[in-house]
Design a protein around this ligand. Structure first.
Ligand code: SAM
Length: 350
């Protein structure tokens, strides 16, 4: 397993300290693993029972669960997504961001981690409890942040990136003000429903003049959406959990052995000219007797790479779901399967 290079080993010291102090204010120690696990399970049960409801920020157990567990987990995922965006130079040229449904600000911390600073960040959050906690955690933010409970189109400055991290799932549609932005980054849970909804939104955005920068390496209709109901496009970051997170997860049935999520990056301006040999792996490796295959995306067709055991006796190439690859020109194809015979025929780019 190749650990994802954009996933840091642990939270930065400044956030670890702020997190411990916020938990203390909420009446629990950052090392009371049992109490933290109970709070996380209570919030998880809430979401399972009420998938349509917004985050219950007025409950202390929900605040504890967010500060202790979900904020760090979302931060790790977002570090992965921001890394994917940096591979594409996606963040170049933006001067401001609007983070809608900012919660505890995981996204701003991921920008800090990647060394991406903005002239301003606007955190739009309707929960007063979340804003209070976010302010406590964000004292060392690289980008100066303001908070508001909503935002209007007239407030969007030139060169603004609009961001939705695990918040579009709580909305019926994208709000009107996104039309005033120069880019949109949407990160969603990796569930089939959320991811397919995001892929449908991708189609709507393309139809209204936006350009897709990632994860798609093309602007054709999404093959995982259009070729049936069984697929959904999502990424997966491999990581090694820090000990404190293992201690929380040891006390509950939830395990985050990997960090999956779905994401979309669009901009008003087109991406640099595309290299038609670059594609993205959209599946995990599936091993069968005599061969292994993995979904790949490079256009409107639903395609696989199929490695034959006879050609890869020492093991199949290790390419993660979500990684960019270079596909050798004129590689043999059978049905919808690319047939590499050398590791260099389909090789990881980063
Ligand atoms: C699941 S949390 C995600 C928090 C954060 N973005 C993250 O990635 O960790 C979704 C947040 O969206 C906020 N939210 C939902 N609908 C909203 C709305 N209409 N206006 C402002 N905030 C909203 C909720 O209060 C909640 O804090």
């Amino acid at each position: 397993m190749i650990l994802q290079k954009y996933i840091p080993a642990d939270l930065p010291e400044v956030i670890r300290t702020a997190r411990a102090s916020a938990l203390k204010d909420l009446g629990v120690s950052a090392e009371d693993w049992k109490a933290l696990a109970e709070a996380v399970m209570a919030l998880s049960d809430f979401y399972v029972k009420h998938p349509e409801k917004s985050s219950p920020w007025d409950e202390t157990w929900a605040q504890i669960a967010y500060v202790a567990y979900y904020m760090p987990l979302n931060w790790w995922r977002l570090c992965g997504v921001v890394g994917r965006g940096q591979e594409l130079n996606y963040f170049d040229g933006f001067e401001h961001y609007v983070d809608f449904g900012s919660g505890l600000g995981s996204l701003g911390f991921a920008f800090d981690q990647a060394g991406i600073g903005f002239k301003s960040g606007l955190a739009v959050e309707r929960s007063r409890e979340a804003v209070y906690l976010h302010r406590q955690l964000a004292q060392a933010s690289m980008t100066p942040i303001d908070w508001q409970s909503n935002v209007k189109s007239g407030q969007i400055k030139a060169k603004t990136l609009g961001v939705f991290s695990y918040s579009f799932t709580e909305l019926k549609a994208l709000p009107e003000w996104v039309q005033a932005c120069d880019g949109l980054l949407i990160v969603e849970p990796s569930t089939k429903d959320d991811a397919r909804r995001l892929q449908a939104v991708r189609g709507d955005l393309l139809a209204s003049g936006w350009h897709v920068w990632g994860p798609c390496t093309h602007a054709a209709p999404c093959p995982l959406l259009t070729h049936g109901e069984r697929d959904w496009c999502h990424d997966r970051f491999q990581w090694s959990q820090p000990d404190w997170l293992k201690k929380i997860e040891a006390r509950m049935p939830i395990k985050n052995g990997t960090l999956p999520c779905s994401w979309l990056m669009v901009r008003r301006d087109p991406p640099p000219p595309r290299d038609s040999t670059v594609a993205r792996m959209t599946g995990d490796l599936q091993e069968f007797k005599g061969f292994a295959k993995q979904l790949i995306c490079r256009g409107a067709d639903r395609e696989f790479v199929a490695w034959q055991k006879k050609d890869f006796k020492k093991g199949y190439p290790e390419i993660g779901r979500g990684d960019l690859v270079r596909v050798k020109k004129d590689l043999p194809m059978k049905a919808q399967e690319l047939r590499p015979s050398l590791a260099a025929d389909v090789a990881r780019l980063n």
